[in-house]
Write a protein that binds this ligand. Sequence first.
Ligand code: C5P
Length: 232
Amino acid sequence: MEVIIEGKVKTVYQGDDSQQVIIEYHDKVTAGNGEKEDHPLGKGSLCCSISALIFEKLAKELIPTHYINMVGANKMICKKVDIVPLEVICRNRAAGSIVRETTLNEGQPLPQPIVEFFLKDDSKHDPLLTPDRVRLMGYDPKPFIEMTLRINDILRSLFYILGIDLVDFKVEYGYDAHGDLYLADEISPDSMRLWKIGGEERFDKDLFRKDEGDIVPAYRQILDKLQPLAVT
Ligand code: C5P
């Protein structure tokens, strides 16, 4: 298969149909812009299955997503889109970079969800952007903010039922050949913070980032919890 992009933990191949791609999720996890790396067995298929269930749930709620279907345990066929070079982050509680870079405390609930933009460019260390900078790059922030807040409402409710607090998450978007906007990339515990409500347990990549435990059993718990609920 012809490789279109070799990412840190995924490879994107050209599909048989010129308007489709195949995304392969690898048994690999990285942190700190690739400085830390591991190869946990089964991680690729877990992230692929979790992403697929979440995309299916969002599509049912009328969010346009690039996901078409899974092919094998760790590959999905998706609509081909031009990826917007923005990492769009939504936060319900303070954690990670917002704690490091502001006076907010870890876990502090935000008065309302916020959406932030970061440049998707590892060579520049993904800096935080202002809405003006996003506009100067040629993108109107409004549709990204609106769609991301809708996704947050849907996923927050979904995880709440599972006893999990959706602390924050990252999404990426792309445009198809007609200029229509689609949710793209992946949504998995690699790109979300998932905290047990009323407990200390974590089910996301922070386990790996902070050396606090194995991600594979944690991600498996998320898949097991989502499986019966995501398509209802
Ligand atoms: O790094 P930060 O704390 O700002 O991340 C916020 C959320 O976005 C976290 O859930 C993190 O896993 C996700 N994220 C990501 N990819 C990045 C940066 C952040 O998935 N490059």
